[in-house]
Design a protein around this ligand. Structure first.
Ligand code: 5GP
Ligand code: ZN
Length: 135
């Protein structure tokens, strides 16, 4: 298996997938453990582990295809909204180290994926922004 990578194997057709979109650079297929009906993964066909080792050009192409597939899912399924999720690193919950975007169709009201756990300390946030601001 190329790169010992399951998503490279899917891109090469060595492992079957339920494809929903394909072009020269990008493949989209259904997640085998769907969070919701139509949960789709969008990957570049060439290997990158995550966002930081993908070229800007490749990322731009993949994100444009994420938009195309999401727009299509919205009418084809349909769904009322969707979440885009992209995990980088095991600490962030990435289990497959090949760059991928999740498109998670959502239906009805109020379905979120929340990252907030409480009100932040404004002074601490100001200091933190100073520490990490890009010059
Ligand atoms: P991560 O947690 O790395 O962002 O997400 C990896 C996703 O890939 C998971 O949602 C998992 O269900 C999905 N997945 C893992 N192996 C396969 C596979 O062989 N085929 C498909 N279609 N999805 C897979
Ligand atoms: Zn790969």
């Amino acid at each position: 298996m190329k790169n010992n990578c399951i998503f490279c194997a899917i891109a090469a057709g060595e492992i079957p997938s339920f494809k929903v979109y394909e072009d020269d650079d990008v493949l989209a297929y259904l997640d085998i453990n769907p969070f919701s009906e139509g949960h789709t993964l969008v990957i570049p066909k060439i290997h990158a582990t995550g966002m930081l080792d993908a070229s800007d050009e490749l990322l731009a192409t993949v994100v444009a295809r994420v938009k195309k597939v999401a727009a299509h899912l919205k009418t084809a399924l349909p769904c009322d909204g969707f979440n885009i999720l992209q995990n980088n690193g095991a600490a962030a919950g990435q289990t497959v180290p090949h760059l991928h975007f999740h498109i998670v169709p959502r239906r009805g009201e109020g379905g979120g994926i929340s990252f907030t756990s409480g009100k932040g300390d404004m002074a601490a946030l100001a200091k933190l922004a100073d520490r990490i601001r890009i010059a």
